[in-house]
Design a protein around this ligand. Structure first.
Ligand code: 5AD
Ligand code: FES
Length: 354
């Protein structure tokens, strides 16, 4: 199946398919395209979830502002720098700094200093991806100037109507989209993604999401199945939640995205593992090439439950490292240690510009 043959109707048909044998063939096609365009080295993005303080109130998210039963935490800067240094010493190509969304000046300055400190501590060798929500172009530029090279901001769904059912009235789809455009204008490597299997989401919506990734020339994709969180307004909106089907749909989206976009980085996200202990390995087999080992100190992990059943609550970063290596070897792949693992799509774009 070539790119041009994958029509919207094909995508919809595949997303509606439940027969495992048929889907297995699709995953194999996606795997062959992955081998040809990005290879079979898995790149690590060690993720540091350094704070769960969040101004936003998304109806699906466990750390939303209104969830009063979450104990809020902020990891000390020294500890963030130490975790980043550990990742560098382990030869991880890059890390992700993620937190709830804050838009105050103190936060912008804190991140600016953190980026400078991480760069100094790691000889400027560690790639840093930021995942800190919607921010103004000024702030994004400040962060880019001190080492932020990549940014992840999931659009969550590209259907504005569906978006509005998932968020309060003061969260605007158009603002999020504008932030993605600003990131591109500032020459970040841009990552986005969606939640798969949301209440009210159709296969057509998901097919449109893939088209959106193409139209916006996205470099990195992080997407995963939606998993209800009991303490959110949407916690009970999927009474017949079928985790096997949810996983299947997630894998199908990964495979279709790999077939359609070819040379982008695609993460096998933790939400896959929450639905199946082998979920991330299955993601690699369906076309993903990035894994995000959790570097957050275990004492904070309880506080960063975006959805119910998030795995690895008790495993520290060292345990995750060896566990993951075994998992990756189990599907015949290897880890790209010491390499940034930039999105080949991005590198091609930059080469064309010069
Ligand atoms: N299920 C799956 N993913 C979720 N996220 C937040 N809440 C959930 C949930 N209940 C995802 C969002 C966000 C990312 C950090 O976590 O897509 O962008
Ligand atoms: Fe965390 Fe295995 S990936 S313990």
């Amino acid at each position: 199946m070539s790119n041009s043959e994958l029509t919207e109707a094909d995508c919809i048909r595949w997303l509606d398919t439940t027969a495992p044998e048929a889907l297995q063939e699709l995953y194999q096609q996606a795997y062959a395209i992955k081998q040809a365009h990005v290879g079979t080295k898995v790149f690590y993005r060690g993720i540091i979830e350094f704070s769960n303080v969040c101004e936003k109130d998304c109806f699906y998210c466990g750390i939303r502002r209104s969830n009063k039963s979450v104990k809020r935490y902020v990891v000390q800067d020294d500890d963030v720098v130490a975790a980043a240094t550990w990742a560098w010493e382990q030869n991880y190509g890059s890390i992700v700094l993620q937190s709830g969304e804050r838009k105050d000046d103190a936060f912008a300055s804190q991140i600016e200093k953190l980026l400078q400190r991480i760069s100094e501590a790691t000889n400027g060798e560690l790639g840093v991806t930021l995942s800190l929500g919607e921010q103004s172009p000024d702030v994004l530029e400040r962060w880019r100037n001190v080492g932020g090279k990549r940014y992840l901001l999931r659009i969550e769904t590209t259907n504005p109507k569906l978006y509005s059912t998932l968020h309060p009235d003061d969260h605007h789809f158009e603002d999020r989209l504008q932030c993605l455009r600003d990131l591109r204008d500032l020459d970040y490597q841009v990552g986005t993604g969606v939640m798969i299997g949301l209440p009210g989401q159709t296969s057509e919506d998901l097919a449109n999401d893939i088209q959106f990734f193409k139209d916006h020339d996205i470099d990195m994709i992080g997407m995963g199945p939606y998993i209800p969180h009991g303490e959110t307004p949407m916690g009970n909106s999927l009474p017949d939640f079928d985790s096997a089907r949810q996983l299947q749909r997630g894998l199908t989206m990964l495979a279709l995205t790999r077939i359609a976009l070819r040379d982008v980085n695609i993460a096998a996200t933790t939400a896959l593992q929450a639905l199946d202990p082998q979920g991330r390995e299955r993601g690699l087999e369906a076309g993903a090439n990035i894994i995000m080992p959790n570097l957050t100190d275990t004492k904070y992990r309880e506080g960063y439950q975006l959805y119910d059943g998030k795995p690895c609550l008790d495993e520290n970063a060292g345990m995750c490292r060896f566990c993951l290596e075994g998992r990756i070897a189990s599907v015949g792949e290897s880890v790209g240690y010491g390499e940034h693992g930039d999105s080949p799509h991005y590198l091609k774009r930059v080469a064309q510009q010069t």
